[in-house]
Design a binder for this molecule. Structure first.
Ligand code: UN1
Length: 508
């Protein structure tokens, strides 16, 4: 294992600085904000938070840039996103390594995150020629009825530490082809990857002759986010993060009649039925529950397994869990990196304590892995068999804890599955078509994402991404999610010499 103490952190901060330079970002002026690496828990670099008047000025620049960007034809706007995609392809390794340093993701997952950025750019480029509106038959002779989609305005993007670059790209690639400009407030835990993305996008803009002011970056904590949220010039606030954050952002944006796109917590469940392919199911479950150290909003947190197959499934899972290598995410063969910080570790500890107090039985994991320094938080992913879906199981704990519940009949499994406040992602493992279809039906899973024979995490960008209930209802990324980033105008055109009124009204 790499020596992660002492000199190693200096190496990591030097490496982060080098990666920033390679990605074309200026090294930040030191300030009150500290970028840490969860690999050792120690500082990488410091930078200044954006002051209140600088936030206002950034929004102002984005609003000004919008006035000309909105009239650039959408396929021409796509040139900017195409260049960004090319730069991401060229710099994928550097950006992924910075993601590993700053968010602690293993290399394969960090590269996957950058791939997700490239994918969504390609999607947005194609979309630029497909911002379709309907035409409808008019009830009046000599009239045409149609709708047109227009750019919306300034989009405020608030993103979380766990997908520090992909979630930005889902929003930004779409917003840009839709003719919007963007002000981005990344998590204050991951400011360096944000500097890198901002630099790549500005470079792309300069190279294709687009206005670089279409993208603004503001950095800092909730006070910086609050200024963005409250600003009337921000037409849409797209916020990814906790339910707690969404409860603050949603009402504040609504109070000024702004638009909100919320992608909040998940408490994702999988139902494993007696006919399931247990080998396939256990591989899917291990990736979904332990991958990214349980820090995806789509991570699998609840396993609802039929009593007949509980024993063989748990045997496979505990065996696989014991073989998972936990450690430095830069090292080959490591599958589980660190938790983001001490708060994440504390949340895991207290959730485990509560689960055990509720009568839960720890089947494996849940231990701290030492040897990385006191400020780093590595844990073995845990599986806890629960007697019931108690309060702690109904909460989202952003850590690798998989709660196991047993069921006897499929209706009860679906009821248990849906009996949580969140509604992001879900899965059923079955070879019975009736069960599979029932899970996807109106009275099946109540989530925004419902899968058959694959895990809850790792969605492709082509589908709409988001969920119901406390997850916030927003949809990002593929399908027709772009509509959230545009405004719709309904147009009625009279090409006759008469003036018939709708609903047959006579006014003479
Ligand atoms: C998130 O955790 O905020 O489906 C996003 C997935 C990824 C995105 C997760 N494509 O797991």
């Amino acid at each position: 294992m790499t020596d992660v103490l002492g000199t190693h952190t200096t190496e990591l901060s030097g490496r982060a600085a080098q990666l920033l330079r390679d990605l074309g970002a200026d090294l930040p002026t030191p300030g009150a904000l500290t970028a840490r690496t969860p690999i050792t828990g120690e500082p990488l670099l410091t930078l200044a938070a954006t002051e209140a008047d600088a936030v206002d000025a950034a929004i102002d620049r984005a609003a000004t840039a919008f006035r000309s960007w909105r009239v650039v034809p959408a396929p021409a706007r796509a040139a900017l996103v195409r260049r960004l995609a090319e730069l991401l392809v060229a710099h994928r390794r550097e950006l992924a390594e910075l993601v590993t340093l700053e968010a602690g993701k293993i290399r394969a997952e960090a590269l996957g995150e950058v791939q997700e950025m490239i994918d969504v750019c390609e999607f947005a480029i194609g979309l630029s020629r497909q911002l379709y509106g309907y035409t409808m038959p008019s009830e009046r002779p000599g009239h045409r009825l149609m709708e047109t989609w227009h750019p919306l305005g300034v989009v405020g993007v608030i993103s979380a530490f766990n997908f520090p670059v992909a979630v930005w790209s889902w929003n930004t690639a779409l917003a840009l082809v839709c003719g919007d400009t963007v002000v981005w407030k990344p998590s204050d835990t991951t400011p360096l990857t944000a500097l890198a993305c901002h630099a790549l996008l500005r470079r792309a803009a300069v190279e294709v002759g687009a206005d670089p002011e279409v993208h603004q970056l503001i950095q800092g904590g909730s006070e910086v986010g609050a200024r963005l949220v409250d600003d009337e010039r921000v037409a849409l606030v797209s916020a990814t993060g906790s339910v707690r954050m969404g409860r603050i952002v949603g009402p504040r944006v609504a109070a000024r009649f702004g638009r909100c796109l919320l992608e909040l917590g998940g408490n994702n469940g999988a139902v494993v039925t007696p006919s399931a392919d247990l080998e396939l199911a256990s591989r899917a479950i291990v990736f979904a529950a332990a991958g990214t150290a349980g820090q995806r909003c789509t991570s699998l947190r609840r396993l609802i397994v039929h009593s007949e197959v509980a024993a063989p499934l748990l045997q496979r899972l505990t065996k696989a869990y014991r073989q998972l290598r936990v450690g430095n995410p830069l090292d080959d063969g490591v599958l589980v990196g660190p938790l983001i910080n001490e708060r994440g570790y504390g949340a895991m500890r207290s959730a485990l304590d509560r689960a055990l107090a509720d009568g839960g039985e720890l089947l494996c994991g849940g231990e701290r892995v030492d040897g990385f320094g006191t400020d780093a938080h590595y844990v073995t992913p845990a599986i806890v068999r629960m007697p019931a879906q108690t309060e702690v199981v109904r909460e989202e704990t952003f850590a690798p804890i998989l709660y196991v519940l047993e069921y006897q009949d499929f209706d009860t499994a679906i009821a248990l599955h849906n009996a949580v406040p969140q509604g992001l992602s879900s899965a059923v493992f079955t070879r019975d078509q009736r069960e599979a279809e029932r899970f996807l039906a109106a009275d099946g899973s109540d989530c925004g994402i419902a899968n058959v024979n694959i895990g809850t995490s790792g969605a492709e960008i082509g589908g709409a991404f988001g969920g119901e209930k406390q997850t916030g209802g927003g949809r990002e990324s593929g399908s027709d999610s772009w509509k959230a980033y545009m405004r719709r105008a309904t147009n009625t055109v009279n090409y006759s010499t008469q003036l018939p009124l709708a609903q047959g009204i006579k006014f003479e």
